[in-house]
Design a protein around this ligand. Structure first.
Ligand code: BV8
Length: 240
């Protein structure tokens, strides 16, 4: 695949890139939303209704992410390699709240749906690193007040993070790649249209065609740990 070697590449990732690292996706048959109701655990209304249920949901996922058996896979490593070896800028915009891109060596990573290993105080808005269970009786280290710590995660109905930076990156990029996402959650699912509108070539790398597959110029299907390294090799060799 030939693109300007100085072009910026924007890569959107979703839960599918972390599946082979042992983290559940959301909408696969065995996914998270098959086991728990989205409305109960991933909305502000659900948190207001039963904060302990929501804290337990994210405490379980945080402990799961911190399990030593959960490590970045070859797809995360390939995107980090692309970032370090591609002559132009590479920006990973991830819907994922895990830290596997960073643990694979990724540096230019934007978490538009927040991060599982961070907490946010609803009283003073301080965002802090968090590797422990959160609960109502914990106090914020910044303002000292109890009962205000929530996961630093974007729920449905809340504004995703870094949107201005993301739209600016999409407008000026030379290639848009989507990896491991079903293309069902907006505004992330609309990024391919932003890229197309700016005349940017678009590629989908996914286990199977996503809801938005027809919007992409090219599609490569298979497990991320296989198709992403091959795609990165093709980009780097093809643009030497
Ligand atoms: C907002 C919390 C606006 C963190 C999540 C139009 C425009 C704007 C908004 C909307 C709109 N239409 C509807 C909305 C509202 C809503 C929405 O999109 N609803 C959907 C259900 C229709 N969007 C929002 O509410 C967003 N907020 O727009 O605010 C606003 C404006 C003004 C003022 C205030 C607000 C907020 C969205 C974020 C919600 N939070 N999660 C967490 O708990 O993790 S979203 C949730 O779904 C996940 O976080 C994930 O990020 C996201 C997308 O899921 P995927 O990553 O795609 O995962 P999925 O399981 O679906 O797919 C996995 C794919 O991988 C599959 O295709 C599978 O085939 C593939 N795969 C599996 N294994 C592999 C693989 N691929 C490769 N290799 C493998 N091995």
């Amino acid at each position: 695949m030939q693109i300007d070697p100085n072009a910026r590449i924007v890569v959107l990732t979703g839960a599918g890139i972390s599946k082979e690292s042992g983290l559940d996706t959301f909408r696969d048959a065995d996914g998270i939303w098959a086991k728990v109701s989205l409305e109960d655990v991933a909305t502000p209304e659900g948190f207001a209704r039963d904060p302990a249920l929501v804290q337990d949901f994210y405490n379980d996922r945080r402990r799961g992410l911190l399990d030593p058996a959960v490590r970045p896979n070859a797809a995360h490593a390939a995107l980090a390699r692309l970032e370090h070896e591609w002559p132009g800028e590479v920006l990973v915009v991830t819907q994922n709240i895990d830290d596997l891109h960073e643990r694979a060596g990724g540096r230019a990573v934007l978490h538009m749906h927040g991060e599982l290993l961070k907490s946010r105080c609803v009283r003073c808005d301080t965002v802090a690193h968090c590797r422990q269970d959160l609960s109502a009786d914990l106090s914020c280290a910044a303002c000292g007040r109890p009962g205000g710590l929530r996961p630093h995660v974007v729920w449905f109905g809340e504004m995703p993070l870094e949107m201005e930076r993301i739209f600016a990156a999409l407008a000026g990029c030379g290639l848009f790649v989507s990896v491991g996402t079903s293309g069902t959650v907006y505004p992330a699912a609309g990024f391919v249209m932003e890229a197309r509108g700016a005349g940017v070539p678009t590629v989908e790398l996914n286990l199977e065609p996503s809801d938005g597959a027809s919007l992409f110029d090219r599609a490569i299907h298979g497990p991320a740990s296989e198709i992403v390294p091959a795609f990165v090799d093709d980009l780097l060799v093809g643009n030497r």
